[in-house]
Design a protein around this ligand. Structure first.
Ligand code: NAD
Length: 475
């Protein structure tokens, strides 16, 4: 059985203590590889390697650093097929999605930040005849990047790319549930010409090696994406050392459908925003709020479109939904479907696990629930969506905002004024109007309230991974 290794100091290494975890194939429900369960000893190696590499990497010309990142982007594209197959097997997502979204986006992340760093500028302020101030932005040193399982290489690279572009060295940990593509990245990193020790990849449990990365006095910043409960702990630990921390956490995203919308488009895209990647995208809409005058029509059309989705083998090109990531996760999602029924919800579609060992769940649509019930308040993170009617714009806004989360929101309306008016009252980091998941990487990305602190994307991430220093010169 394949044993994944850590990537430290440009070399693939076994974990020092020889401890491993099982890695499951969600489509088959069986163990197919072993991953290191790293300990402090492995972290010590990664810290030594990254500290040794920092001086030359941070002083390398921006042009050269940029070319290495651009080369890495090209290499990811050249190896797209192999990476997509690995990602799909590791995560359970349809291969077609890994090929069209996850892996291309990982390449784009490196290309975007490889280009951005060349164009990045810091501020200067001239008080004519009196003083000049300029802001120096220096890399922080060694930083920690910790990512979740739902978009494995996509989110892993989204953190690593700006950190490296800015001249930091990185100790990165992918989710222990989906380590494969991160493990494969090491080989491409070496081929790209990136010096040994600049990027180090360690594997294992969050409570062990993840926590150790956050606690380490060597890491000067932590960029974390994952659940809100974990994020709270990561934030609390990092703040003990006044460490910079960026937290991209959970969501319970509303999808507001007004009667004046293009209904064909709203139905089609709402099916996508509910069930793409088995609903395991932090940006998936999980509460669809529909103006009461079109509630019945929307419901009928939405359920009939969702019923056409095919759940099955991630490697079958016909599959729209693959497997959920793990046995524990599918059980959690199923427990929410049961809870929804206890809370008075009516399952309009789906609700069942497919027979067999894989973690396959039907797209599930529920209505008849109160906005305050747990099903409508807690993140389920699976192919489960609720439908509820609203009477007025104010009511829609109030219900949309009435959770602890504030990651994203989608608004369907043909009324331009309403689109702006409602957007400005929604407490979420991203609002999509008449679209979903469109991303321009220059824009700030992140959530409000319990969906996190800090923003990724564009220059925000480059600023996060640098320390501003004001230099003031009297004229
Ligand atoms: P998780 O919080 O369980 O794990 C995320 C990562 O943190 C993993 O690598 C894990 O090993 C590590 N970890 C766990 N405990 C840790 C600790 N004490 N210290 C340091 N690291 C630790 O989340 P998950 O189940 O992997 O991912 C799903 C969650 O991620 C969902 O809530 C989803 O909404 C969220 N998410 C958010 C975004 C976003 O951009 N806001 C994007 C994707 C996923």
């Amino acid at each position: 059985m394949e044993k994944i290794q850590n990537f430290i100091g440009g070399k693939y290494l076994d974990p020092v203590k020889g401890e491993y975890l099982d890695n499951y194939d969600p489509g088959k429900g069986e163990v197919y590889s072993k991953i290191p369960n790293c300990t402090q000893e492995d972290l010590d190696l990664a810290v030594r390697a990254s500290e040794a590499a920092f001086e030359s990497w941070s002083k390398m010309s921006i042009d050269k650093r940029s070319r290495i990142l651009l080369k890495l982007a090209d290499l990811i594209e050249e190896n797209l097929e192999e990476l997509a197959v690995a990602e799909s097997r590791d995560n359970g997502k349809p291969l077609s999605l890994a090929k069209s979204v996850d892996i291309p986006r990982a390449a784009t992340n490196f290309r975007f930040y490889g280009s951005s760093i060349v164009n990045f500028s810091s501020e200067s302020h001239v008080s004519e005849g009196f003083m000049v101030n300029y802001t120096r932005r220096a890399p922080l040193g060694v930083v920690g990047c910790i990512s979740p399982w739902n978009l494995p290489l996509y989110l892993f690279s989204w953190k690593i790319a700006p950190a490296l572009a800015m001249g930091n060295c990185v100790i990165a940990k992918p989710s222990e549930m989906t380590p494969m593509t991160a493990a494969m990245l090491g080989k491409l990193v070496n081929e790209s010409g990136m010096p040994a020790g600049v990027l180090n990849i360690v594997h294992g449990e969050g409570s062990g090696i993840g926590q150790a990365i956050v606690e380490s006095t060597a890491t000067k910043a932590i960029s974390f994406t994952g659940g809100t409960v974990t994020g709270k702990k990561v934030g609390a630990t990092a703040s003990q050392q006044f460490k910079k921390v960026s937290l991209e956490l959970g969501g319970k995203n509303p999808n507001l459908v007004f009667a004046d919308c293009d209904l064909d488009e709203a139905v089609k895209m709402s099916v996508k925003s509910s069930f793409t990647n088995q609903g395991e995208i932090c940006l998936c809409g999980s509460r669809i709020l529909i103006e009461s005058s079109i509630y019945e029509e929307f419901k009928e059309r939405f359920v009939s479109e969702a019923a056409k989705l095919k759940v099955g083998d991630p490697f079958d090109e016909q599959s729209d939904l693959g497997a959920l990531v793990s046995q524990a996760h599918i059980e959690k999602v199923q427990s929410y479907i049961a809870l929804a029924q206890e809370e008075g919800g009516k399952v309009l579609l789906g609700g069942n696990r497919l027979p067999g060992n894989g973690y396959f769940l039907e797209p599930t649509v529920i209505d008849g629930l109160d906005e305050k019930c747990r099903t409508n308040q807690e993140e389920i993170f699976g192919p489960v969506v609720t439908l509820s009617p609203f009477e007025t714009e104010d009511e829609a806004i109030n219900v949309a905002n009435a959770t602890r989360y504030g990651l994203s929101c989608t608004i369907w309306t043909s009324n331009l004024k309403r689109a702006h008016r409602v957007s400005h009252q929604i407490h979420s980091g991203i609002v999509w109007v008449n679209c979903w998941l469109l991303r321009d990487l220059r824009t700030p990305f992140g959530g409000m309230k319990d969906s996190g602190i800090g923003r990724e994307g564009g220059s925000e991430a480059l600023q996060f991974f640098s320390e501003p220093q004001n230099i003031c010169i009297k004229l």
